[in-house]
Design a protein around this ligand. Structure first.
Ligand SMILES: *Cc1c(COP(=O)(O)O)cnc(C)c1O
Length: 446
């Protein structure tokens, strides 16, 4: 299996290189040169597969022998060792709960699969790998948990000071061992810019073997396809095979959405994607008028979606070629915090379901989409699946303020409260960051 760079479609690399480099030298993003279709029988018979089994079949199809089947099977089985259940809200509305992994967010899927794939390819390497991750909330915790105790791999996490929830911060800063947290005095975009700059810094990359683990790493996107199939398996019936199902995706860097589009290209019957945004709605505006105008992110209640320049936008472009096609494939909606809070309340009062702020933005977008399509045509009502991207207890103070009741904290999070935070403070300028890396990993410098 080969990958091209979105900035240079004629230059290809293999899976190993795409994973370890993360970002091509030309500053594009890696994309698969071929997106193979699954057999229609496979889609028809999804119900015969467990989640792990369908994940293995899909990964085998897209990775096309990039690693031995037995190794791939072991990686899939150990990475996807928690479920992705759906919960029905009303006749046509289902929630896909993506928060049953170790850090209670959907990023566990991508992070765990990527970590295990990297560890597999890293066995043959002599030099330690230092993975740089910028996080707006959930990525860092998921990546850290995915890589904890992996031999030969160090992880450095950059997060914007004061802009992640207390629980997220605990997940980022209390693991120790091969995981280092940097608390950056700036925004998520600043963190992302520091990481991007490091990858393009030849002097640094000559000394330290750097790897990426953001949603820009193609290895993150592959496992995120699996749960679209899993959700379809759970809610679709024969009638949905023709019309397809509508997936609503709370969107930030557009990684989750891109994975959905890849799943559709592989043959999943998707009618349309609904991209749900908070006030950081650069992508919604693009869908509306065709102009892509990044701008600094603003802080919202759904902070993992506070992204002003979504990194996977170029992949969405690569998959659709032109704006008109993307507009047909994806509907975009955005909502402010007050509306999101009202939706959290509504979902609880109407359906007795506790939805987190990111999922609530998704709920609003799905309702807006339903409303719009009702006005547009008399076609039969479509079935929708809303991706619930994180467990509500990850945003405890906001959730309890909004619902005026206690929200249950799963054991996995509760035990973090007693661990000690260890983080290094850092400005948003590049040189101190670079020097930190060179000093910290001095013993690795060649
Ligand atoms: C990361 C994240 C998102 C945004 O996902 P993208 O793939 O970056 O679009 C949404 N919700 C939660 C809870 C997240 O952690």
């Amino acid at each position: 299996m080969q990958f091209y760079s979105t900035n240079n479609p004629t230059e290809w690399v293999d899976l190993r290189e795409a994973i370890f480099k993360g970002l091509p030298d030309d500053n594009g993003l890696y994309m698969p040169t071929v997106i193979p279709k699954l057999k229609s029988d496979f889609i028809k018979n999804l119900k015969q597969h467990s989640f792990q089994s369908l994940a293995y079949e899909i990964s085998k199809r897209i990775l096309q022998g990039a690693l031995p089947d037995a190794d791939l099977k072991r990686i899939v089985d150990s990475a996807m060792d928690f479920p992705a259940p759906t919960v029905q809200l009303d006749e046509n509305t289902h929630i896909l709960e993506l928060f049953h992994g170790p850090t209670l967010a959907f990023k566990d899927f991508g992070a765990r699969f990527m970590a295990k794939l990297m560890a597999h390819f890293n066995q043959a390497e002599e030099r330690e790998l230092v993975i740089l991750v910028a996080t707006s909330g959930d990525t860092g915790g998921a990546v850290a948990a995915g890589f904890l105790d992996t031999p030969g791999i160090q992880v450095v996490i950059l997060y914007p000071s004061g802009k992640v929830s207390p629980l997220q911060e605990q997940q980022l800063t209390t693991l120790g061992k091969n995981i280092t947290a940097l608390e950056v005095n700036g925004t998520f975009d600043d963190c992302q810019a520091l990481v991007k700059k490091a990858f393009l810094d030849r002097e640094l990359t000559q000394h330290i073997r750097l790897g990426s683990a953001n949603s820009i790493n193609i290895a993150r996107l592959i496992p995120q396809m699996f749960y679209y199939f899993e959700a379809y398996k759970q809610v679709a019936n024969r009638a949905d095979e023709n019309e397809g199902i509508v997936f609503t995706v709370p969107s930030g860097n557009l990684g989750n959405l891109t994975a959905g589009v890849l799943a559709k290209k592989m043959g999943l019957p998707v009618h349309r994607f609904v991209s749900a945004m908070n006030r950081n709605n650069v992508f919604a505006e693009y869908l509306e008028n065709g102009d892509y105008e990044p701008r600094p992110s603003v802080r919202t209640l759904s902070n993992a979606m506070d992204v002003g320049n979504p990194s996977n936008f170029v992949r969405m472009e690569a998959l659709h070629k032109i704006w008109q096609k993307m507009k047909v494939g994806v509907a975009g909606f955005s909502f402010d915090d007050a509306t999101t809070e009202a939706a959290v309340k509504e979902v609880y009062e109407k359906y007795n379901y506790v939805i987190d702020p990111h999922g609530a933005v998704g709920y609003l977008a799905w309702r807006a989409y339903q409303h719009r399509s009702k006005q547009g045509s008399s076609r039969k009502t479509l079935k929708g699946i809303i991706l619930e991207t994180a467990h509500p207890s990850k945003f405890l103070p906001d959730m309890e303020r909004i619902l005026k009741k206690n929200v249950e904290v799963p054991e996995k999070l509760a035990i973090l409260a007693n661990r000690k935070k260890v983080a290094t403070q850092m400005g948003a300028t590049y040189e101190p960051f670079k020097n930190f890396l060179l000093e910290k990993y001095a013993e690795l410098v060649v």
